[in-house]
Ligand binder design. Structure first.
Ligand code: UFG
Length: 329
């Protein structure tokens, strides 16, 4: 039986597909290639269908032509800032796509889904580390769209018996250990790839968005988690569902926070390059500190991150960026 990876040509989805193949699983990828890269699928020798989840006929084709028993869904828009100015795009795509997918799963009798959710479902945290039972009050449409899907999933379980796991990631980072696939967004907005572009001489400096937060050095603190560790958690989650586990929600992070300034410093060490940094205005909507408690995932899924030091995460990202300065181009 095969696992369908929706959004499998994107950053996290391609690492998921690579991991599944390494574990001996049969994988089918569906991606509209709006953000994803065909070259990523080629690099991992994946089977690709090009199409949009909102197009029911492509879903029927994929489910008919392959023996699929489960789905992992990454297909989404994920820029917090853009979601503030174009919320309808986020609800139409992020909620609309997964509804279309669930409807096809129902009709084709596919009973298991692992859904890519986010720390942005919590909004401004009430306490640190964040646990799954904390309040979910998203401060942007991106987080709201993912939370909306979590609610849809719950009712699809009740009505159709589709079992789900929603995984709320903190800051996905790093690249595949082989260096063959990695992060390539256009435009890039994430901290580590931007710092590495400075290291490569493709940008002059890194702007540190705010140093007047209530944190030790004044810059924002985040919980960086390696993309392959995220992938392994998805497979554990799927296996648990297939073994009769109930639907559930888990945080995924390393439980350790690093400030923006610390990330810049560690990147200087890892790359041995001078990296110019300058403090700038705060970026709207950034919470000061986001750190996960992933105790539930560790206990119930048996998940154990392998690349849990920031140095290792940045080393793997550097290995990718150094060898692919223009990404997949
Ligand atoms: N930052 C800078 N300079 C930059 C880019 C980022 O200082 O040039 C800072 C940000 O202000 C933030 C930290 O670096 O404090 C990390 O920023 P990222 O954009 O890399 O990641 P975010 O924490 O904003 O976002 C991540 C995911 C989102 C998800 C969010 C959940 O990328 O998809 O966590 O809160 F929604």
């Amino acid at each position: 039986m095969a696992i369908l990876v929706c959004g499998g040509a994107g950053y996290i989805g391609s690492h998921m597909a690579a991991y599944l193949k390494e574990q001996g699983e049969e994988v089918v990828i569906l991606d509209n290639l709006q953000k994803g890269h065909k070259a990523a699928v080629e690099a991992l020798d994946g089977k690709l269908y090009i199409g949009d989840l909102r197009n029911r006929s492509i879903l029927d084709k994929v489910f008919t032509e392959n023996k699929i028993d489960s789905v992992i869904d990454f297909a989404a828009d994920s820029l917090v800032g853009e979601s503030m100015t174009d919320p309808l795009k986020y609800f139409e795509n992020n909620v609309g796509s997964t509804i279309s997918l669930l409807s096809a799963m129902k009709d084709h009798n596919v009973k298991y889904i692992v859904f890519s959710s986010t720390a942005a479902t919590y909004g401004e945290p009430e306490s640190i580390p964040i646990v799954e039972s904390d309040k979910t009050v998203p401060t942007n449409p991106y987080g709201e769209s993912k939370l909306s899907v979590e609610k849809v999933l719950k009712w699809c379980d009740t009505a159709y018996g589709i079992k789900y796991t929603a995984l709320r990631y903190f800051n996905a980072a790093g690249a595949h250990i082989s260096g063959k696939i990695g992060e390539d967004h256009n435009p890039e907005s994430h901290l580590i790839p931007i710092i590495l572009q400075v290291a490569l001489g493709k940008r002059e400096k890194i702007m540190i968005f705010g140093d007047d937060y209530n944190t030790e050095d004044g810059s924002c603190v985040r919980d960086y988690v390696h993309v392959t560790d995220l992938a392994s958690a998805h497979l554990f989650a799927l296996q648990r569902l297939k073994n009769g586990g109930e639907s559930a929600i888990y945080n995924l992070g390393n439980g350790k926070g690093f400030s923006v300034k610390e990330v810049v410093e560690v990147t200087r060490k890892v790359t041995g390059r001078e990296i110019k940094a300058e403090v700038a205005e705060r970026r709207a909507g950034d919470p000061a500190i986001l750190i996960a408690s992933s105790e539930r995932a560790k206990k119930e899924l048996g998940w154990k991150p392998q690349y849990d030091s920031l140095e290792t995460i940045i080393e793997t990202a550097w290995n990718w960026h150094k060898n692919h300065p223009d990404g997949y181009q």
